[in-house]
Write a protein that binds this ligand. Structure first.
Ligand code: PLP
Length: 228
């Protein structure tokens, strides 16, 4: 049986190798452990091995887990699709939201975010125009970036992408990185330093994502093993 510590060691080796061969600093790539369908106890075990950031897709499951674990030092990332009637609890319970793809959702998150915190958000981009997944088209990104960047409680940090099965990750992630560079110009100069995040890369393609410039990789299977 493979243990969590063994999987983590293999994963860290993959990340280190990719960073080294692409002249990227190890500290510039944040690992997010995607813990959907994994038990709270397993997440606690991962946190004891040094994982600080966790990603969850399903709200009810996530809320229960965050509460059970009760560790305020952990950083929680919402990476699932967002229903507009759930924005309040998302804004209250998470530190980051990766899956913002329309203005209405961003406005609600900003309005409902507790006044003592700033919510980090990423715009999810549907780079391959796959109708089966969320995300804004590349063409619509610039308008949305300029609108969202004006919302008071949100800190717009960059882009998130999930690639379709039939998109070559080498090409797909380069396209996202290129868009990320171009969009910086749509922000007012004082907001540009916040535009520092590219969330892309999962178990099967994290190498290509790191090569293209990912600053956050979202890894489930390679860390926790297969999901139930
Ligand atoms: C499940 C999921 C992941 C992790 O996928 P793995 O292939 O298990 O690494 C990453 N990002 C999102 C948005 C997910 O839903």
């Amino acid at each position: 049986m493979t243990t969590l510590a063994q999987r983590l060691a293999l994963l860290q080796n993959r990340i280190e190798t990719s960073c080294a061969s692409n002249a990227r600093a190890l500290g510039d790539v944040q690992l997010i452990g995607v813990s959907k369908f994994q038990a709270a106890q397993y997440v606690i075990e991962a946190s004891k091995l040094g994982i600080t950031d966790f990603g969850e897709n399903y709200l009810q499951e996530a809320l229960l887990k965050i509460d059970t674990i009760g560790d305020k030092t952990l950083t929680w990332h919402f990476i699932g699709s967002i229903q507009s009637n759930k924005t309040r609890v998302i804004a209250e319970s998470f530190n980051w939201v990766h899956t913002v793809d329309r203005l209405k959702i961003a406005q609600r998150l900003s309005k409902q975010c507790p006044s003592n915190k700033e919510l980090n958000v990423l715009l999810q981009v549907n780079i391959d125009n796959d109708p089966n997944k969320g995300g804004v088209s590349s063409e619509a990104c610039a308008d949305l970036v300029s609108q969202i960047s004006k919302l008071p409680q949100l800190k717009l940090r960059g882009l998130m992408a999930i690639l379709s099965q039939d998109t070559d990750p080498r090409v797909g992630y380069e396209t996202v990185a290129q868009l990320h560079r171009e969009l910086k110009e749509t922000l007012s100069p004082e907001l540009r330093p916040n535009w520092d995040t590219l969330s892309m890369g999962m178990t099967q393609d994290l190498e290509q994502a790191i090569a293209a410039g990912a600053t956050m990789i979202r890894v489930g299977t390679a860390l926790f093993g297969p999901r139930e």
